[in-house]
Design a protein around this ligand. Structure first.
Ligand SMILES: Nc1ncnc2c1ncn2[C@@H]1O[C@H](COP(=O)(O)OP(=O)(O)O)[C@@H](O)[C@H]1O
Ligand SMILES: [Mg+2]
Length: 400
């Protein structure tokens, strides 16, 4: 139960500490282990008070980056700033930063109250009751104060870990795959819960995850990492709608990528040739060079595409991008049906159709026309690996 007073008080404590601080700034920080580069020179600013996610596959350098911010790892080059303060040479305990790991590492012999009180008691603070009570209310565990960690669920234990970190009023809370040990349903609940806690306290959260849905659900800003570099940084919707690289296009959701050739320009649109047909791409949505005859990867998300049986192709409005193909596979998943289309321009084109009125003729073997609004098309540099960022089942298992 949260009363207005405790709520405000927790908020104010956090606010005061945040106001004295500022952005987290990484200037050219890198980390090498012998001849192996785990993090390439990285410039990154995390605005004060934001919920920031570092997203990438296992091994891309997320934890190393986080540990350099915490002071648990010494950068091979570069500087870490907290506000105006250069903290690069400060030991972890002198930095206004706390970390929550996947393993909650609670003290098993202490009850929840004492676990949360730990940081205060260590600093010699005797009267802890009010502050611990506020923190427990913040993470909605006020009723569980006298239980031992093993009597709580995984999600509750992780909330204790968050409360235990926040009671130290850090300027920045670092979270390294904190929900990794939880099952899917609990993960979803905890994502919303952590988001609520962050909004309430206003402290900067830097959250590391390999789960793209998790990053998009929670963060204001997501930095997509690949091979020790940040590939792209932005608001979730911006990253999703305007990927700049094939890695981001494939890693964040699913993209259909078509190899095409620049044919002409008309106004602020580029006309491309792909498999005998023409496709139109707004120039502003193309991150590739567009000299005539040059190659561009044309991308479109599966949910932007409509599917029409070839017999009705005449009814498709003019001005839409269209390609033809044959349905290779369809899976009904309730809210939508996911089709895989064999097309001369793209071997496994994916289309997600919302289940409103289902055309019973749209079954494997049917000839179809795929069509979409050209405004939903994006263009990428064709010099990249078209399959970058596509996770195989094996890789996914390793990352989990
Ligand atoms: N102490 C270390 N010595 C050598 N290599 C390491 C060390 N720590 C991490 N690495 C390597 O650095 C890369 C990045 O690791 P990490 O930051 O843990 O990735 P992530 O958290 O994204 O999974 C990995 O290839 C990992 O094997
Ligand atoms: Mg890691």
């Amino acid at each position: 139960m949260i009363t207005v007073t405790t709520n405000n008080s927790a908020k104010n404590t956090a606010k005061n500490s945040a106001e004295a601080g500022g952005d987290v700034r990484l200037c050219g920080i890198s980390k090498t282990y012998g001849s192996f580069t785990a993090v390439r020179p990285l410039d990154l600013t995390v605005p004060q008070g934001s919920f920031f996610a570092l997203l990438g596959a296992s091994g891309c350098g997320k934890t190393t980056t986080l540990r350099m911010i915490a002071g648990l790892e010494e950068p091979s080059s570069g500087t870490v700033f907290l506000g105006d303060q250069d903290v690069t040479n400060l030991p972890p305990y002198r930095r206004p930063v706390n970390t929550v790991f996947q393993s909650y590492a609670l003290f098993p012999h202490l009850d929840i109250f004492e676990n949360v009180a730990f940081g205060l008691r260590r600093r010699g603070i005797k009267s802890v009751k009010k502050q611990v009570g506020e923190m427990l209310d913040l993470v909605q565990l006020g009723e569980q104060a006298r239980k031992k960690p093993h009597q709580l669920s995984g999600g509750q234990q992780q909330r204790v870990a968050v409360a235990r970190a926040l009671i130290n009023t850090p300027k920045v809370l670092l979270l390294d795959e904190p929900l990794g040990a939880l099952d899917l349903k609990l993960r979803r609940q905890m994502q919303l819960e952590l988001k609520r806690i962050q909004t309430e306290v206003g402290i900067t959260f830097i959250h590391v995850t390999h789960d793209q849905e998790e990053a998009m659900t929670m963060a204001d800003t997501v930095a997509v990492m690949n091979g020790g570099r940040v590939e792209q940084l932005g608001a979730p919707a911006d990253l999703y709608e305007n990927p700049q690289t094939t890695f981001v296009a494939n890693f964040l959701g699913t993209s259909n990528l078509i190899e095409a050739e620049v044919d002409a320009r008309s106004g602020d649109e580029i006309v491309l040739r792909a498999g005998g047909g023409k496709l139109v791409l707004p120039e502003a949505r193309c991150s590739a060079p567009t000299t005539t005859g040059g190659k561009v990867l044309v991308g479109v998300r599966p949910e932007k595409i409509s599917l029409t049986h070839a017999d009705e192709a005449g009814e498709i409005p003019a001005g839409r991008n269209r390609i033809t193909g044959t349905i290779a596979d369809s899976s009904f998943i309730g809210v939508s049906t996911q089709y895989v289309i064999d097309s001369p321009v793209c071997p496994e084109f994916e289309v997600y159709a919302q289940n409103i009125d289902r055309d019973p003729r749209l079954v494997p073997g049917a000839e179809v026309v795929l069509h979409w609004n050209p405004a939903h098309t994006f263009g990428l540099d064709a010099a990249q690996d078209i399959d970058a960022g596509i996770e195989t089942v094996e890789e996914e298992g390793a990352a989990a």
